[in-house]
Design a protein around this ligand. Structure first.
Ligand SMILES: *[C@@H]1O[C@H](CO)[C@@H](O)[C@H](O)[C@H]1NC(C)=O
Ligand SMILES: *[C@@H]1O[C@H](CO)[C@@H](O)[C@H](O)[C@H]1NC(C)=O
Ligand SMILES: *[C@@H]1O[C@H](CO)[C@@H](O)[C@H](O)[C@H]1NC(C)=O
Ligand SMILES: *[C@@H]1O[C@H](CO)[C@@H](O)[C@H](O)[C@H]1NC(C)=O
Ligand SMILES: *[C@@H]1O[C@H](CO)[C@@H](O)[C@H](O)[C@H]1NC(C)=O
Ligand SMILES: *[C@@H]1O[C@H](CO)[C@@H](O)[C@H](O)[C@H]1NC(C)=O
Length: 351
C-alpha cells in the first residue's frame, strides 16, 4: 500500500514534537561536519563496493581529524519524515555493508537506516594513536547522529563488538535510545577474570598483520559457524576484510585490531547490564563460541569461554527490560546463517 504522505507527515510531525530531545545540548560530544562529495573507491584501505553511497562524518577527536564513513538509507515508506531511525553497528570482523539485507528490510518497514563504519574499521580513518574504548566509539556514533540532526529516539542494533558499543550507547544516552537489539554481543563474560592472560599489543599485532582470506575464513568457520557448512555467500564478507589487510592500510588496520582487542578485553559489558534502562532484545546463536583471548589462553581457560548458550540467558536475566531469543543450531552471525529466521525474529519484537 502506498502511504498517504501528507497525512503521515502531519502525524509524525506531531509525534516528533512530543518526543524530540535536544541531543546536541545534552552532551559535550565532538562536533563535526557531513561530507557528501566524491570519494575514491579505495577509502582508508577498503575498496569494497558498498550498496549505498558513502557519506563521511569528519570530526576532531583525541587531538586529530577523523573521518567516519557511513551509509544513510532512506525509509522506503515514511515519505521522508524520518519518524523512525535505526542505527546498525557492525562487528569487529565486519563492516557497515554486512547489514545490507537487514537495512533493506528495515527501510521497507519505514526506518531510515544509518550504517556507520566505526573509527579504525573498513572505510573510516585508522588512527594509530587512539583510545578505542567502547565509550568513545559509542560517543562517536552519537556525534554522527547529532551532525545529521537526528533528534528522535533511535533504534540501535549491534552485532558482536557492535553489540558492546550498542549496549554502552544505551547506558550513555538512555533518553535518546528507543530500543536496543544486541546480536551475539561480546562482553557478556569477563574474559580476564576467567583467566585470559595479558597479551602485549605488539604481539596481538603480529597475529593480525599476517591475516589472509584463508586464515580469516578458517577462524570464522571454527568460531562463528562451529558445526555448520561454510556457504559460498559468506566468502564476500571474508574477502571484504582480507582486502583491507592486503591493501595500503593493511599494517595500520592490523594495529587498530590489536588496539581494539586490548580495549575490549578490559571493558566487558557484563557488569553494567543491570543499569540498562532501555527496552532490549538480546539474541544469540546457540552454537556461538566466540571469545576474545581464547587463542592465547590455556586449554583449561579456553574451555570456559564463549558458551553463548549459557552466558546469553544469564545476561538477559540481568537486563531489567529484556527479551531473549536463542537461535537453535546457529553460531555467531545468525543474520548471515539464516537471514529469513533472523528477520522474522527481529520484526516480531521491533516496535
Ligand atoms: C584538522 O583540520 C582542520 C581543518 O582542516 C585544520 O585546520 C587542522 O589543522 C587539522 N588538525 C590536525 C591536528 O590535523
Ligand atoms: C529481507 O531479508 C531477506 C532475507 O535476507 C531478503 O531475502 C529480502 O530480500 C530482504 N527484503 C528486502 C525488502 O530487501
Ligand atoms: C543540521 O541543521 C543545521 C541547522 O539547521 C544545518 O545548518 C545543517 O546543514 C543540518 N545538517 C544536515 C546534515 O542536514
Ligand atoms: C581490492 O583490493 C584487493 C586487494 O588488494 C584487490 O585484489 C582487488 O582487485 C581490489 N578490488 C578492486 C575492485 O579494485
Ligand atoms: C520496557 O520498556 C518499554 C518501552 O520503554 C516500556 O513501555 C515498558 O513499560 C518497560 N517494561 C518494564 C518491565 O520496565
Ligand atoms: C555444535 O558446536 C557446539 C560448539 O562447538 C558444540 O557445543 C555442540 O555440541 C555442537 N553440536 C553438534 C550437534 O555437533
Amino acid at each position: 500500500m502506498k502511504p498517504n504522505c501528507s497525512l503521515a507527515g502531519a502525524y509524525s510531525a506531531l509525534l516528533l514534537g512530543a518526543v524530540t530531545v535536544v541531543r546536541a545540548q545534552a552532551n559535550p560530544d565532538p562536533i563535526g561536519t557531513i561530507y557528501d562529495g566524491p570519494l575514491p573507491a579505495n577509502l582508508y584501505g577498503s575498496n569494497f563496493t558498498y550498496p549505498w553511497p558513502i557519506r563521511q562524518f569528519n570530526f576532531y577527536n583525541q587531538r586529530q581529524n577523523l573521518s567516519m564513513a557511513f551509509m544513510d538509507v532512506p525509509s522506503a515508506s515514511d515519505c521522508g519524515t524520518d519518524s523512525k531511525t535505526a542505527v546498525l553497528l557492525h562487528g569487529g570482523n565486519f563492516c557497515g555493508a554486512t547489514w545490507a539485507d537487514t537495512a533493506r528490510n528495515l527501510s521497507a518497514a519505514g526506518f531510515r537506516v544509518i550504517l556507520p563504519d566505526d573509527i579504525g574499521f573498513c572505510k573510516s580513518s585508522k588512527p594509530q594513536g587512539y583510545s578505542y574504548s567502547v565509550d568513545q566509539q559509542a560517543m562517536n556514533i552519537n556525534s554522527l547522529l547529532t551532525a545529521l540532526n537526528i533528534t528522535n529516539p533511535v533504534t540501535v542494533m549491534g552485532h558482536s563488538m557492535g553489540g558492546m558499543i550498542a549496549a554502552r550507547y544505551g547506558l550513555m544516552y538512555p533518553d535518546t535510545v528507543h530500543q536496543l537489539i544486541l546480536v551475539d554481543p561480546l562482553g557478556l563474560e569477563d574474559w580476564v577474570a576467567k583467566g585470559v592472560p595479558f597479551l602485549p599489543i605488539d604481539q596481538i599485532y603480529e597475529t593480525q598483520v599476517v591475516q589472509t582470506f584463508d586464515s580469516l575464513k578458517a577462524y570464522e568457520q571454527a568460531t562463528y559457524f562451529p558445526n555448520a557448512t561454510w556457504e559460498p555467500a559468506y566468502d564476500v564478507w571474508v574477502k571484504m576484510l582480507a582486502d583491507i589487510y592486503a591493501n595500503d592500510y593493511g599494517s595500520e588496520y592490523a594495529y587498530v585490531m590489536a588496539l581494539v582487542t586490548d580495549a575490549l578485553l578490559s571493558q566487558p559489558i557484563l557488569y553494567h547490564l543491570p543499569m540498562l534502562k532501555t527496552r532490549t532484545y538480546l539474541m544469540v546463536g546457540e552454537n556461538d563460541i566466540t571469545a576474545l583471548g581464547k587463542a592465547w589462553s590455556s586449554p583449561t581457560v579456553a574451555a570456559t569461554l564463549g558458551h553463548y548458550d549459557v552466558i546469553g540467558p544469564a545476561a538477559a536475566a540481568a537486563i531489567p527490560n529484556s527479551t531473549f531469543y536463542m537461535f537453535p543450531g546457529l553460531g555467531h552471525a545468525p543474520f548471515m546463517q539464516d537471514p529469513v529466521a533472523f528477520h522474522q525474529v527481529l520484526f516480531s519484537w521491533l516496535d
